[in-house]
Design a protein around this ligand. Structure first.
Ligand SMILES: Cc1ncc(COP(=O)(O)O)c(C=O)c1O
Length: 497
């Protein structure tokens, strides 16, 4: 790989050049674009190619060596170290034969074989995508804007769409202006852009435990230290959160206050207000990932933190993937004034701009009120799946030793096996019965064994929910019974002869 082409150093950035170089090379190693034992370019050659002093390269290589990403061979140069994949617990991989599946899941992918009922994916089934409406609006945009729809778009986003989003936000009590909105190519990019703009190597980020896997990956790729705070069914443990803030002085606190992924828990209004107080008291930025607050079937309160934000300390991320079409790659941020320019620079160096064509079509969606019709339709479909899931859980899980807390909305349900059981084992057994679940281990920072697992209803039709939950309850029963028998056998006494 031609490493020079992959590296861009920003001489105007407040971040040291050697640190930028270190982060870039480390990222190339993590993404395996630089392979184990591959030689890095000689110091002088790289310095010339990048137009920097040799000391910049020396310092970056030294830091990479200190962190175990590269090794030096005297007289030969600097080489990429063999193993960088610390995301997975080796213990876990050794224990389960389906290594590749668990490894894939850890990277946000899942293999769905034919005839499988997948409670693993939180993506809508494609029959829910409003293709016909989209086609009509797409043609309208093409007739109206012609070639302009295909030009480079302003990095911050198509201005009329930002105006429409201001109105959309007003309906959920978030008052803002187009200049505070940054269009992004999906919430995942939002997390990435925020990280690029704000996180330096070894900064601390506080997250909920468990949390969204994609966020863990992004924070890790910036070299952040990730500290987790347990989440309860009414939000994070506030006492522990405050202690961790005092101890670590985090750069960011990443939270999902409504229908958290993976637990489905929502924060109480009281906790939401306390979080805002803490952000103000400790002058910390909160990242609110709102990927699902629209689907509040039974909850009385799905207030966003951003709507309570008095001090401009919440970065709000909105994804439309679960309620619209994930392949459009469209979302937005509402950003505090003090970080506008950093976010814009990070977005620009990521992909220049989100597709202008998609932004224009989505703008018409909002302006013409078609969005409201669409969201009501999605709510209806998902609520039906949600209700079937709830009644199946009541029916099939009530006699087995599984704990759960039924959420008030959203798409995810979180369960816990009895102490000592590992949901990776359940994943393996359920797969043999054509049921796909997500083991909890991937949602924890340590990636160690977990008794918890997540079931999502986004891509399962109601009749399959019933078949799947019934079959899963039998798998769980067998798993627990087998172990109980084992336990019993161990407990029986044999004569001492
Ligand atoms: C909590 C959370 N944030 C962000 C994302 C990424 O969403 P997008 O498709 O908008 O990038 C997901 C996707 O599952 C998610 O669950």
């Amino acid at each position: 790989m031609e490493i020079y082409r992959e590296i861009y150093l920003d001489k105007n950035s407040p971040q040291h050049l050697y640190m930028q170089l270190f982060q870039k090379i480390r990222q190339l190693i993590i993404e395996e674009k630089l392979k184990a034992n591959q030689k890095l370019p000689p110091i002088r050659q790289l310095a010339n190619a990048l137009g920097v002093n040799t000391s910049t390269i020396v310092n970056a290589y030294s830091l990479l060596e200190k962190e175990g990403f590269v090794y030096k061979k005297i007289g030969s140069g600097t080489f990429v170290s063999a193993k960088q994949d610390d995301d997975l617990s080796d213990e876990l991989l050794k224990k389960y034969p389906l290594d590749e599946d668990i490894r894939l899941m850890d990277r946000g992918q899942i293999q769905i074989k034919e005839n499988m009922i997948s409670f693993a994916s939180a993506t809508p089934t494609s029959d829910l995508f409003p293709v016909e409406d989209f086609k009509i609006l797409l043609n309208e945009v093409l007739d109206r804007d012609k070639g302009d729809a295909f030009g480079y778009q302003e990095s911050q986003g198509y201005y009329p769409l930002r105006e429409s989003l201001v109105n959309y936000l007003e309906e959920i009590n978030i008052k803002t202006k187009p200049e505070n909105i940054q269009i992004i190519s999906g919430a995942q990019q939002g997390i990435d852009v925020i990280s690029k703009a704000l996180i330096d190597y070894k900064d601390t980020i506080i997250v909920e435990s468990p949390t969204y896997t994609g966020a863990i990956g992004t924070f890790r790729s910036r070299g952040a230290k990730i500290i987790s705070v347990p989440i309860l069914n009414d939000g994070v443990d506030i006492k522990i959160l405050e202690e961790k803030i005092q101890e670590y002085k985090p750069k960011l606190i990443y939270l999902m206050p409504n229908f958290q992924n993976p637990t489905g828990y929502s924060y109480s209004k009281e906790k939401k207000l306390k979080i805002i107080d803490l952000a103000e008291k400790y002058n910390t930025l909160i990242v609110e990932d709102d990927y699902l607050s629209d689907l509040s079937f039974y909850s009385e309160d799905n207030t966003t933190l951003k709507s309570l934000d008095r001090n401009d300390s919440v970065i709000y991320i909105k994804s439309f993937s679960k309620i619209f079409m994930p392949g459009l790659r469209l979302g937005f941020l509402v950003i505090p004034k003090k970080i506008h320019h950093r976010i814009l620079a990070a977005k620009h160096t990521s992909d220049i701009s989100t597709s202008g064509l998609n932004q224009r079509v989505f703008d018409l969606y909002l302006r013409k009120g078609i969005w409201k019709k669409h969201i009501r339709y999605m709510e209806k479909i998902y609520k039906e799946r949600f209700d079937v899931m709830k009644s199946c859980i009541d029916k099939y899980f009530k006699d087995i030793e599984v704990q759960y807390y039924l959420p008030q909305g959203g798409l995810n349900f979180w369960f816990s096996l009895p102490e000592g059981y590992d949901s990776n084992k359940l994943y393996v057994e359920a797969s043999k019965n054509n049921i796909l679940i997500l083991p909890g281990s991937i949602f924890f920072i340590s990636k160690k064994e977990s008794k918890c697992f997540r079931l999502s209803i986004a891509s399962v039709y109601p009749k399959d929910i019933e078949i799947g939950i019934k079959s899963l309850s039998n798998v769980i029963k067998n798993l627990i019974e087998k172990d109980t028998n084992k336990r019993k056998r161990l407990d029986t006494y044999t004569p001492l002869l």
